[in-house]
Design a protein around this ligand. Structure first.
Ligand SMILES: NC(=O)c1ccc[n+]([C@@H]2O[C@H](COP(=O)([O-])OP(=O)(O)OC[C@H]3O[C@@H](n4cnc5c(N)ncnc54)[C@H](OP(=O)(O)O)[C@@H]3O)[C@@H](O)[C@H]2O)c1
Length: 325
């Protein structure tokens, strides 16, 4: 068996064309690691942002310190779905042949844009539901972890609440509409007319077309406003937030940070975390069809640059999957 593999490197920060597929050594698992043969991964908006070093001003330096100050330190690819090909001597959670999926995380160096990846067994990776293809499974973690972090862990979403999701047709938005419905909220999704059908099909009770209507000027008041794409600010959105309501910002600027420091119960700016418990919960929801994957397009691994180009348009619907096998 070859000890080489293909890997999508980006030797410098820049446009999609900086990404090149090269041959590198296939990794070998340490005692606490599993070697995953990657079947599918995604190019998320997060990866496109890292590739381009397109961090908001306040995060530019921390981002570069973490990811490589002069040139990128890691191979991209946080979401992974594949098959365990080898396990280290101390591994107990997985066996060779298990089909798994999850999020690798920057502390493990990401790296799913490659044919193989080794991760410690305590990484947020679980067995893949049989009903999902590898591509569908890879499309779950990015949006769902973010939705769970903001709506449940930070927002304490409750049944019957009025919840608005701005950017309802994106990866985070499509996951958030579904999760908010699962928790029994009355959901308003903000998207363009072309995505109304999709957002309604995910359970949204109401849809606002952002091209013809500004939700911050409406009469309706919300318990939770989840800003998934940075199209609104707290300053304008607070007009439609209930007195005890919360503005949850996955994308935020200086104004939101200042507001969150002033009143952290009202404004939340955060970076979503990934953990095994939440991932196992998503599996439960998938198995009872309470949530479903939303895949915009598939690209073969050889066309990963095209996948980056599509994500860079900012127009994707849900997730962009890269089929490695
Ligand atoms: N804080 C965190 O932990 C965290 C975690 C994950 C992601 N993020 C950030 O969250 C952002 C969103 O990620 P994503 O992957 O969900 O985005 P995405 O999938 O790239 O979003 C694309 C979608 O946004 C819609 N859209 C564009 N402009 C809009 C507007 N003005 N109003 C409403 N919808 C609009 C587009 O629909 P149309 O084509 O119809 O316009 C498209 O369907 C990224 O910036 C990412 O870095 C943050």
């Amino acid at each position: 068996m070859s000890n080489k593999m293909k890997s999508a490197h980006y030797p410098k920060y820049g446009p999609p064309e900086v990404v090149q597929i090269i041959e590198v050594d296939k990794p070998e698992p340490k005692a606490n690691e599993v070697l995953i043969k990657v079947h599918a991964t995604t190019v998320s908006s997060g990866e496109a942002r890292v590739r381009a070093s397109n961090f908001p001003p306040l995060f530019w330096l921390p981002g570069r310190l973490m990811l490589g100050i002069f040139k990128p330190r890691y191979v991209l690819g946080n979401e992974v779905a594949g098959v365990v090909e080898a396990v280290g001597s101390e591994v107990t959670r997985f066996q060779v042949g298990d089909a798994v999926f999850g999020g690798i995380g920057s502390k493990n160096g990401m790296g799913a844009h490659a044919e193989y990846k080794c991760v410690p067994e305590d990484t947020p990776i679980v067995k893949k539901p049989e009903s999902l293809s590898f591509g569908e499974a890879a499309s779950i973690p990015f949006g769902m972890f973010t939705a769970m972090c903001f709506l449940k862990h930070k927002g304490d979403i409750q049944a019957g609440q009025q919840v608005l999701i701005n950017g309802a047709s994106g990866a985070v938005g499509t996951a958030s509409v579904q999760l908010a419905k699962y928790y029994g909220a009355e959901v308003t999704g903000v998207c363009s007319a072309g995505n109304t059908k999709l957002v309604k099909s995910l359970g949204a009770d109401h849809v606002i077309d952002y091209k013809t209507e500004d939700f911050t000027q409406g009469d309706k008041q919300y318990d939770l406003i989840f800003e998934t794409i940075g199209a609104s600010t707290y300053k304008t959105a607070k007009a439609v937030l209930k007195p005890e309501g919360k503005y949850l910002a996955a994308v935020f600027g200086f104004g939101e940070i200042v507001a969150a420091i002033g009143n952290s119960k009202r404004v939340v700016c955060a970076v979503a975390d990934e953990n095994i418990e939440d991932l196992a919960f998503f599996v439960e929801l998938l198995e009872k069809s309470a949530i479903k994957p939303v895949v915009d397009r598939h690209y073969p691994f050889a066309e990963i640059v095209e996948a980056h180009r599509h994500v860079d348009t900012g127009r994707k619907r849900g997730n962009v999957v890269v089929d490695v096998v």
